[in-house]
Design a protein around this ligand. Sequence first.
Ligand code: FDP
Length: 281
Amino acid sequence: MSDRTVEEVFEVIAAAAPEIRAALVERVGFESEENPSGEQQIAADVHADRLLEERLLTIDGVGHYASEERDHVISDGEGYSVAVDPVDGSSNVESNNAAGTIVGVYDAELPASGEHLLGAAYVLYGPRTTMVTAHEGTVTESVVENGDRTTVRDDVRIPEDDGVYGFGGRVPDWPADFEAFAREIEQELKLRYSGAMIGDVNQVLTYGGIFAYPALRSAPESKLRLLYEGNPIGYIVESANGRSSDGDRSILSVPADDIHQRVPVHVGTTEYVDRLEAALD
Ligand code: FDP
């Protein structure tokens, strides 16, 4: 195992991106099964999950594979653990909006907290297919064509200017303290919410601002998954000089007890995430 393993994981994800993108076109139907979080799976999700499991486990330094679509961790010897959300924003596929793929590389067996992340990345299937990687403190944005990456932004940093905000969950389901914070933010930033976390986080990395899927009255643990969504996104945003929070502390510090654990997610510029934490009781 070496740090080269993280780069090999990124290479496998980039190489698979055109196939996953094609599956978003060809495999839009629903599967009969639900995933372990009780959500209906689309065929593209199941396809991407199988493809990534097979290819990521062939990397020498990778020993364990977990995904949002599976009950258990698949182990294949010694090595780092990879946690994958094969298609993030799958409910966007039917309406032809953006979707993504997320990966985190952990130096521990799963479940593990984000402090064990060695690197994280996502692919965004938008008008262009782009990939953002974070490793050893550097965040890079590339365009992916035919599975190859061409860097378009080196050393990505979240702009400190006024930016955009996107908050998930239904407004009547927001706790009063979060709603009061949202009312302040809507006076300052422009609303943009796509319904795919990757699309919503990528615009914050591009323009600045804040994305949140907060704790809800009906679901205090919120919706997004710690291992596959909260941790890798927290890692990328923090590496880009921003902040992540579960409302109280960095998402990366949240102890992990279950591979499908959920977590409230707030990520963005330091200023907005600090204010969010101050606003929550
Ligand atoms: P999806 O269910 O479509 O896969 O966790 C997945 C996710 O999308 C995120 O990408 C997105 O931010 C969120 O759920 C969207 O949830 P809402 O439909 O409640 O807005």
